[in-house]
Design a protein around this ligand. Structure first.
Ligand code: WTA
Length: 646
């Protein structure tokens, strides 16, 4: 049984949810009156332009709708309503990798976003419902651009700056985007890098929908500009008025799309709503991080991922907090960078990924001791399971043994946290995300909805709709239903299946055991193996390929490829060629770590690749599964021998 760490008493006394009795009381309220619970929250938290007339509409399930006919604008929730009491409060504190800082108050943010919104409207004709793709580095203008879209009702789709031109192109085309907003480049590891040329390549073919490119100057490196198509933000923005009325948006109007990997085919454009999403962003900021008026909150994610959307931009701003945005890498100029920033900015809540914790532990174990980290109150992790070693280091060395670690389980599709400790209430166990948040019905079940016994892996499902849930997959509602509501049922009704496995321990604590599908989590980045395999198959030497996750000390998992070749190319050379293809078609985050040439892949008689066996070998575990159903069981023995170098 793992050790239990009680919340810090002093912290609990001032926390919003102070103990497990209060947590249980809230969950009882939810059980007694599900809609009533959300109704109260939505009325309390959101500054509505017009009230809604119904909390939840289930008539078209699983296309659930929330807060029917309510009108709001997310930027009013995040900026406008704070002007009365917080106009000179820092909304965003940005730090460049070179140490330069920009502090943007709520009033300045208001003006920036208004000007930006006017620019989109007046200069580029962007209207409510139009899609705008953002391909941005970590600069405040990325947040301004997201909020400017929200102000006028345009739907933003941020594409992570590490994706390649091809990946960017696919997303621009799928979203049918009218405009791309980018930057000349930014700085990483002390050197400038460029983004605009990648946009140029992406737009070379097939992106007729995209009429204009707006370029924010960040590092002032030389870039090509296409006359008539490309425009410099820094020149144009000055001409726009700093007043702009927010577009009244329906609760269900989409706020953004965010592409994420699934187990099959191309990435899915996860569509989020306006009201339900912002409500949950704010609610989780308040309860999971317990952020207070004078706190400084730092989430180290990139705005290109959902964590950056909800916990750098929308969540902190919705509650009127101060959010930190950092441009660079954690190791620049050394592994003390983040701890130095915590000391200087007196950060109170710090939220990062296990992979970063493992890296900083490995390369800079002595660094935290050099800094004063006493301002910290809550530590968070997200994106992948955290191993107890990394957890203990984080708890003791960063949190000084006095901060709760909120191990938050959630997904792009859930919009915000679903399962997490509450820092003032939940006794925590290393490696466990503990319990569902009040309001969330997360259950570990089998496909028919029967609860899984303690200590046994089951499927992690959310058995009731929640406000910030994915609304659909952009342009593919059938895929939405099939991907999320096709696998599990409860009481005969399809329920949301997350794709993750999980189990309960004897105290009812939930531990996430990882994906049950062909999605791999590399450094907390979600990658679909099918997508990568499709790219690898384009190499002329490759006859067949299967990619699986292999445990990795720092990244959590790394990509391991089993390849059957048509030629006698050497493994090292093939790996190099394959990685070049991957970098071109997806981006460096999807590079394979290792490759094994094999004579064939283990397949069932119906031709399905038995990936489970390949995963077992990659983990250096013994095969205990039944291999008699394989078309050629000897293959697996051969692969195992090759893996062991025999
Ligand atoms: C994994 C990131 C274990 C999980 C917010 C999920 C986690 C996927 C945790 C979503 C956690 C996220 N413990 N695993 N605390 N949080 N995951 O969409 O497999 O990028 O399905 O969203 O990350 O990744 P996504």
């Amino acid at each position: 049984m793992s050790e239990v760490f009680e919340p810090n008493r002093e912290f609990s006394r001032q926390a919003r949810i102070k103990n497990m009795c209060e947590y249980k009381e809230l969950t009882h309220q939810v059980n007694d009156d599900y809609e009533g619970y959300w109704d109260k929250l939505a009325k309390e938290k959101i500054d509505w332009f017009e009230p809604y007339d119904k909390v939840l509409d289930e008539s078209d399930a699983p296309f659930y709708k929330w807060f029917i006919n309510g009108k709001l604008n997310v930027t009013h929730q995040c900026i406008g309503r704070h002007l009365k009491n917080r106009k000179n409060k820092a909304a965003i504190i940005w730090e460049g990798e070179d140490g330069s800082r920009r502090i943007i108050t709520y009033l300045l943010l208001y003006y920036r976003v208004n000007r930006f919104a006017n620019l989109l409207k007046n200069r580029f004709g962007i209207k409510k419902g139009d899609r705008v793709v953002l391909y941005m580095p970590m600069i405040p203008e990325a947040a301004f651009a997201m909020l400017a879209c929200a102000k006028i009702g345009a739907i933003h789709s941020v594409v992570f700056g590490g994706f390649s031109a091809e990946a960017l192109r696919d997303r621009i085309i799928d979203a049918d985007a009218k405009l791309v907003i980018t930057a000349d480049g930014a700085y990483r590891r002390g050197t400038p890098y460029l983004l605009k040329p990648i946009v140029d390549t992406a737009l070379e073919s097939g992106c007729e929908c995209c009429e204009n490119v707006l370029v924010v100057k960040r590092n002032f490196e030389d870039i090509d500009m296409i006359e008539g198509r490309d425009h410099i933000y820094n020149d144009l923005i000055k001409n726009e008025s700093q007043h702009c009325d927010p577009e009244p948006m329906d609760s269900e109007d989409p706020l953004f799309l965010l592409y994420t990997s699934g187990s099959t085919g191309k990435p899915k454009g996860v569509q989020h709503s306006s009201a339900g999403y912002i409500l949950w962003a704010q609610y989780t900021m308040e309860n999971v991080f317990d952020v207070k008026e004078n706190d400084t909150f730092w989430c180290t994610a990139d705005v290109g991922w959902i964590t950056g959307h909800t916990y750098i931009v929308y969540g902190p701003l919705a509650m009127g907090a101060t959010t930190i945005m950092y441009e660079g890498v954690p190791l620049y100029p050394d592994a003390g960078r983040w701890w130095n920033m915590i000391e200087e900015l007196r950060v109170n809540q710090f939220y990062t990924a296990p992979t970063a914790i493992r890296l900083l532990h490995k390369v800079g174990a002595d660094q935290p001791g050099k800094y004063d980290l006493s301002s910290l109150k809550v530590l968070g992790t997200v994106g992948e399971p955290i191993n107890p070693d990394a957890w203990m280091w984080y708890y003791n060395e960063i949190g000084g043994g006095k901060c709760s670690i909120v191990d938050t389980w959630w997904q792009t599709e859930t919009g915000g946290h679903m399962i997490s400790p509450l820092p003032g209430a939940t006794p925590i166990k290393p490696g466990s995300a503990t319990f569902p948040l009040p309001g969330i019905k997360a259950e570990i079940i089998d496909e028919e909805g029967n609860p899984t016994p303690v200590g046994e892996k089951g499927l992690l499902c959310i058995t009731k709709p929640w406000p910030s849930m994915i609304r659909t997959i952009w342009g593919d509602p059938q895929r939405f239903v099939k991907s999320y509501f096709g696998d599990c049922k409860k009481d005969g009704k399809p329920v949301y299946f997350s794709g993750d496995g999980a189990m309960y321990d004897e105290d009812g604590y939930i531990t996430i055991t990882g994906r049950t599908d062909d999605v791999i989590n590399v450094s907390g980045h979600r990658l679909g193996t099918a997508e990568i395999e499709n790219v690898v198959a384009h190499n002329d030497n490759v006859a067949e390929v299967a990619i699986v996750g292999k445990p990795d000390d720092i990244k959590g998992e790394s990509l391991f490829a089993y390849v059957v070749t048509k030629t006698d190319i050497e493994a090292d050379l093939l790996k190099k060629e394959i990685n070049q293809l991957i970098v071109k078609d997806i981006g460096p985050i999807a590079k394979i770590d290792a490759l094994l040439l094999v004579p064939g892949l283990p397949k069932t008689r119906s031709g399905k690749i038995m990936r489970r066996l390949l995963r077992t070998i990659a983990k250096s575990e013994d095969i205990t599964q039944d291999i008699s159903t394989l078309e050629d069981p000897s293959i697996i023995i051969k692969i195992e021998k090759l893996f062991k170098g025999e």
